[in-house]
Design a protein. Structure first.
Length: 341
């Protein structure tokens, strides 16, 4: 099924892509096998004062309703206060949630519930699949989000989509941690997107921005993403305003990133406020929406990943080199008054 044509508003775009009501995908009832008691993250950061991290667990999704999830790496969940917002994190191409535990720990330390979700991100990246085909990005990302619009680019079934996996993961967490407040992110058969901050790296960050285009979320954090602009061609879905204000978007990349031009082209297409601010390993005194580090992180490929993954550089005290930048971005979503355009 092809897209029905270009649209003239973010709301209409959501309808054409088939995702305006996608949050209503119903999660089936699942009998979950007993799991070992959650263990602490191997390098969990100390919680900030007044915001203790109370739970850290990882789990795979079970086969249900005939759907056998593939890939099915372990999802990671961290719970803080029962009234905390949810940070939903989507990994990059061929990465898994466990690649980002240091960032997830940082999010937990400033008061987020955290869910890092595995999904179909294997094989070729979105950027290499779509290149200069603007409509390909829209079709592929819609398909991976909710299973709609299968095409030669992507043919994920609805039951194996990001949306279905999210419902199932939240169902598991509600069952295994009834006092954790996970139910606040679901209303009946819908996701309460206004209580969710989306975050992701590379392909995952592009998918986060795509979802936020059709669903008003609390904020978006993009790392090395979206890689969806090349040679003057940008993802078709970016041509019209989305429903989440761009004042709720924050992005980080390296100026040495092999995809730096594509990424900043996407930032312009999304109309992120302000201009890129060049930083080192510390956030600017006054927070900005577009951050670009000039720190040398290796070759251009390494520069696309090393500022966010666990295998990235550590500082003198063993803390991730970019932890202060992550924390500034995580706080900015919750306190936008501290940001200038």
């Amino acid at each position: 099924m092809r897209l029905a044509g270009l649209v003239r508003s973010g709301a209409a775009a959501a309808l054409v892509l088939g995702i305006a009501a996608a949050g209503s995908l119903v999660a089936p009832t699942i009998a979950w096998a007993d799991e070992p008691a959650p263990s602490a993250a191997p390098h969990a950061a100390p919680a900030e004062a007044g915001i203790p991290s109370e739970m850290h667990t990882s789990f795979r999704l079970p086969t249900t309703d005939g759907t056998r999830f593939a890939p099915n790496a372990r999802n990671i969940a961290l719970r803080t206060g029962a009234d905390a917002p949810l940070l939903l994190f989507l990994p990059a191409t061929n990465e898994v949630p466990a690649s980002y535990q240091r960032f997830l720990d940082a999010a937990s330390s400033v008061g987020y519930h955290v869910l890092a979700l595995d999904y179909w991100n294997r094989g070729l990246s979105v950027a290499r699949t779509c290149e200069r085909d603007a409509r390909c990005y829209s079709e592929l990302q819609a398909n991976r989000f909710d299973g709609s619009h299968p095409s030669r680019f992507s043919a994920i079934a609805p039951g194996d989509s990001i949306l279905s996996r999210l419902h199932l993961a939240l169902s598991r967490l509600r069952s295994s941690d009834p006092a954790g407040g996970w139910g606040r992110f679901v209303a009946g058969d819908r996701i309460r997107w206004n209580r969710v901050v989306l975050a992701g790296h590379s392909q995952g960050g592009g998918e986060a921005a795509f979802i936020a285009h059709a669903h008003r979320v609390d904020g978006v954090l993009m790392f090395g993403s979206p890689v969806e602009s090349v040679g003057g061609v940008t993802a078709a879905w970016m041509r019209h305003p989305g429903v989440t204000p761009t004042s709720r978007y924050y992005a980080l990349d390296s100026q040495h990133d092999m995809y730096a031009g594509r990424i900043q082209g996407s930032w312009r297409a999304l109309h992120l406020p302000g201009r890129p601010a060049v930083i080192g390993t510390q956030a600017p005194t006054v927070m900005r929406h577009q951050l670009v580090t000039d720190v040398q992180l290796g070759d251009p490929h390494a520069s696309h990943v090393m500022f966010i993954v666990d295998r990235g550089p550590l500082g003198e005290r063993g803390s991730p080199l970019f932890r202060d930048v992550w924390l500034a971005m995580l706080r900015a979503v919750r306190s936008p008054s501290h940001v200038v355009s």
